[in-house]
Design a protein around this ligand. Sequence first.
Ligand code: HEC
Ligand code: HEC
Length: 398
Amino acid sequence: MSVSKDQPALTIPRLYFKLFFFSVLSALSVEVQAQPELDFYSGKALFEKNWIPAPASTTASDGLGPYYNARSCNQCHPDGGRGSKEQSLVVHSNDPVYGQQLQKFAIPGIPVEARVEFDADQEGGYQIIEMHYGDLENSVLSPRLAPSLHGLALLESIPESVITALADEEDSNADSISGRANLVADENGSFALGRFGWKAGQTSLVKQVARALSLDLGLGNPLQPSPYGDCTEAQSQCLATPDGNSAHHDDLEAGETVLSLLLSYISGLPEPSQENADHPTVRRGQKLFNQTGCADCHLPEIAFGGSVLQPYSDLLLHDMGPGLADELREGIAAGSEWRTPPLWGLGQQNGEYLHDGRADTLETAILWHDGEAAKAKRKYERLTEAQRSDVNTFLDSL
Ligand code: HEC
Ligand code: HEC
């Protein structure tokens, strides 16, 4: 599958739109006219749109910030694909002063929170500098790369019970792998299964998109209406900036139409499909992938209700050991727990792997595996060079 700019509308499977309407209508009570193709392209335009700070002469496009990480969704997820470190790294946090993210940009008149400098000599390839409000006290930073958004509507369609049935928290089959489902509390305190984001900290696409609007772009929206995004009480200048709420957007910065059209676009991005699946090298690589234990987490198939998906993920959290730990808790995920990332589409990635893009080859990404994945990694290390190359060829075919 190639991440094509010119996705022909007619190939967008109807399932996406059924899912899309279901998720939007259940999350918001919006009346949506059934115009799937048009909505896909209108959503794409909004995804690529560059927002500007308020006040501006065009109230339809203002409201960016006060703090923001990019001016459009597309800057971080180019054509709906994975972003590079330089474009898309978002520094998550849990700091009472900086907030939930360290934003790299601010509208004129307020101080920028911090800068991320890319330098190959630094661990991870970057360092965070010029922190305006001083060092963090008891909080942590977790840099994250923007994942590809292809196939997410299908991942959302997997029933919760199918995912939770894959969990083996007590490791009852003694394979030293004990995946568990993330559980995330909503505003009313009830828990739901988390499945989106590197730690499965988001329960639905609509919530993830609302969060991106609010925190990455600083746009108030139906689910996160504050125009101040990630400004905290300690950031009084930020809270005193003009908002971009307008009648055009239901008295918000980005109204219901923006949210639902963005969902329409994402829901229409088809899942990646494997290439050369029958090539002998790919088949040898796949067999080794299974034998090495990779497939115990990167599940080749998830079947439900007559559909079979091949995301190469169980959507569960696994303890990946101290080397990958960021110490940021999300839902019930501990600092060392990460959601198995789907490997579909890996062949289209840009050579920056793992949650913060620290690995520049597939082999390096695998060698970072530890904790529950230590056994699989050791088996991979014991493969011959030719066998490891077969595994890589298989991964590249996905
Ligand atoms: C500054 C970069 C940036 C911008 C701008 C951005 N995102 Fe993201 N996006 C990310 C990162 C980083 C993650 C992973 C977050 C995590 O691990 O919790 C992500 C995750 C997501 C996911 C979940 C992906 C998954 O596989 O679970 C969706 C959906 C998404 N973004 C949609 C959007 C939309 C829609 C917009 C525009 C409104 C947007 N993003 C803007 C960086 C960005
Ligand atoms: C215990 C579960 C588990 C096992 C076993 C496992 N992985 Fe992973 N894998 C993960 C998790 C979780 C991550 C994400 C870690 C991170 O980003 O910090 C990951 C990340 C990856 C990535 C990077 C993906 C990306 O999008 O950047 C690749 C490639 C990968 N694994 C391949 C393998 C291979 C090959 C094997 C077998 C040798 C394997 N994994 C075994 C859980 C597992």
